[in-house]
Design a protein around this ligand. Structure first.
Ligand SMILES: N[C@@H](CCC(=O)N[C@@H](CS)C(=O)NCC(=O)O)C(=O)O
Length: 204
């Protein structure tokens, strides 16, 4: 299986970490694909019309996206029922945690595009502030209300750990760990997992 993407993308990295946690680390290769919010990557669009990363190409040649579906696909292929538990209560807690982390990923990547890529004169201050506030509220919620689900390895805790790394990488001035001891401890611990160290972010 091949995953098209760029390791800096939190959505790409979470699928690779998930593959490793599901025991498929040796079966998945990362195929470098760069994207921009304003220019289509033609070879990516040829397999997935949205032109976003990640895209997984199965051994049968089918394209699977987006990151949420790829993680579910990997669990399915591996026969893994711990990363996305079967049990109803746990399952929807984990999937909601994953949705929270992915929403933070969307807001953080959007913030980065708006502040780092968009021409200054076109930037929308109110929109930028809203993305930052959305992430701040989510970080507070993670610190207060999610310790039990974060204590287990699942698609939610994977997504949270990876998005926190992305924020550290792109927006270190946000200092997300300040005043959030529970989340900081989770991140420090989870970052030591072989699945995380196997796919490090590049040096800045
Ligand atoms: N919902 C998608 C989001 C993926 C996404 O936004 N990827 C970004 C890179 S981090 C991208 O492809 N950006 C290019 C674009 O917006 O055209 C997922 O979970 O896979």
């Amino acid at each position: 299986m091949k995953i098209f993407g760029d390791i800096i993308s939190p959505f790409v990295r979470m699928t690779l970490v998930c593959a490793h946690e599901a025991g498929l680390g040796e079966k998945v290769v990362l195929a470098e694909a760069k994207v921009s919010p304003v220019e289509a990557n033609g070879s990516l669009v040829a397999v997935a019309p949205l032109g976003k990363i990640p895209v997984l190409i199965t051994d049968h040649g089918h394209a699977v996206y987006d990151s949420r579906v790829i993680m579910e696909y990997l669990c399915h292929v591996a026969g893994n029922s711990t990363l996305i538990p079967d049990d109803g209560v746990k399952r929807f807690r984990v999937l909601t945690l994953q949705a929270l982390a992915q929403g933070m990923g969307d807001a953080s990547v959007g913030y980065r595009y708006e502040t780092g890529v968009r021409p200054k004169e076109l930037q929308w201050a109110g929109w930028i502030a809203r993305q930052r506030a959305r992430v701040k509220d989510s970080l507070d919620d993670l610190d207060r209300n999610w310790s039990a689900t974060l204590a287990e390895v699942n698609v939610g805790s994977i997504a949270v750990a990876v998005v926190l790394d992305y924020i550290d990488f792109r927006m270190p001035d946000w200092a997300w760990a300040e005043g959030r001891q529970n989340l900081k401890a989770f991140h420090a611990d989870f970052s030591k997992r072989p699945s995380m160290t196997r796919y490090p972010l590049p040096p800045k």
